[in-house]
Write a protein that binds this ligand. Structure first.
Ligand SMILES: NC(=O)c1ccc[n+]([C@@H]2O[C@H](COP(=O)([O-])OP(=O)(O)OC[C@H]3O[C@@H](n4cnc5c(N)ncnc54)[C@H](OP(=O)(O)O)[C@@H]3O)[C@@H](O)[C@H]2O)c1
Length: 273
């Protein structure tokens, strides 16, 4: 699996998302099994958040990594309404308990809210001093937000990116590359929706004996600073996603995707889901 340095640690360029995990008790065993198999096949970066199933996803992750904590690179996120001095501390401690660990590798502000960035960052730095997190970062920040943050300790910005949502190519992607800040692409396969039925992606997939999900993942990862975090409970999906690591698209493939999903010609507000 290709790796990238994230906050000084080498992590795989394809990780595992967890949104919607922990919502249905009947799915729990399948979710735990998928996350464990993901660890087995090298997708050791696991992305979660206190928001997902209101802590339920973190509990699933906690069960999956029990006895295997050292193999996983854990990313979690704090709600904007908890991003105050006391709120961050308490939210992180709740997340640590649900995850069954002493340390979160990377802790993100899920999106901007009412608290000043300086207050949230100071709370993150305190958690770092306490050893409760190793690094911190942000999510759903546009260029102006990152410039206002102006903090070289911010390890990543996690944003929406797939062929249907190309807005970040206008300036955010370049900004992060220039500042040596890896970009974490969420919903990289368009939440398993229409993108995966697209005839252009299907033609490219057929040419490479791959699947449309693998084409979408290879496409977001054509930028060396991008990490993709697809979520998969189905084991066939999971293995396909790991397999996308070795798929390389050529110029003709890129041109066809550009024709089907044209790059944006002007700045748009940052899209988020
Ligand atoms: N920071 C943020 O604001 C934010 C927002 C959204 C998401 N995220 C993070 O990013 C992660 C990924 O985004 P997402 O879960 O919304 O969407 P996604 O990863 O683009 O798509 C997940 C959906 O695609 C299906 N799928 C996975 N692999 C597949 C494959 N190879 N072929 C066909 N279908 C496949 C999954 O089904 P099965 O589960 O049944 O396999 C699931 O229904 C989230 O889980 C979350 O961790 C962050």
């Amino acid at each position: 699996m290709q790796t990238i340095k994230l906050g000084g640690t080498a992590v795989p360029r394809i990780g595992q998302g967890t949104w919607h995990m922990g919502e249905d008790a009947g799915q729990r065993q399948a979710e735990v099994r998928a996350l464990r198999e993901g660890l087995d096949i090298g997708m050791t970066l696991i992305d979660t958040a206190e928001m997902y199933a209101e802590g339920g996803a973190e509990e699933v992750v906690g069960e999956a990594i029990r006895g295997r904590r050292d193999e996983a690179y854990l990313v979690s996120k704090v709600y904007p309404h908890n991003a105050s001095t006391e709120g961050v501390q308490a939210a992180c401690e709740r997340s640590l308990r649900r995850l069954g660990t002493d340390t979160i590798d990377l802790y993100l502000l899920h999106w901007r809210g009412q608290y000043p960035l300086s207050e949230t960052v100071a709370a993150f730095e305190k958690l770092r001093d306490q050893g409760k997190i190793l690094r911190w970062g942000v999510s759903n920040f546009d260029v102006a937000d990152l410039e206002e943050l102006a903090n070289p300790d911010c390890a990543t910005n996690q944003v929406l990116y797939n062929p249907e949502a190309r807005g970040i190519e206008y300036d955010l992607l370049d900004w992060q590359e220039q500042h040596d800040m890896p970009l974490m692409a969420y919903c990289p396969i368009g939440q398993g929706g229409a993108l995966l039925q697209d005839p252009t992606l299907q033609r490219i997939a057929d040419k490479h004996a791959a699947t449309t999900a693998q084409v979408a993942l290879a496409w977001v990862m054509r930028h060396p600073g991008v990490i993709a975090i697809p979520k998969a409970v189905n084991l066939d999906h999971l293995r396909q996603n790991a397999g996308a690591d070795s798929l390389r698209l050529d110029e003709e493939d890129m041109d066809q995707i550009d024709a089907a999903y044209p790059p944006l010609a002007r700045k748009q507000p940052l899209e988020m889901i």
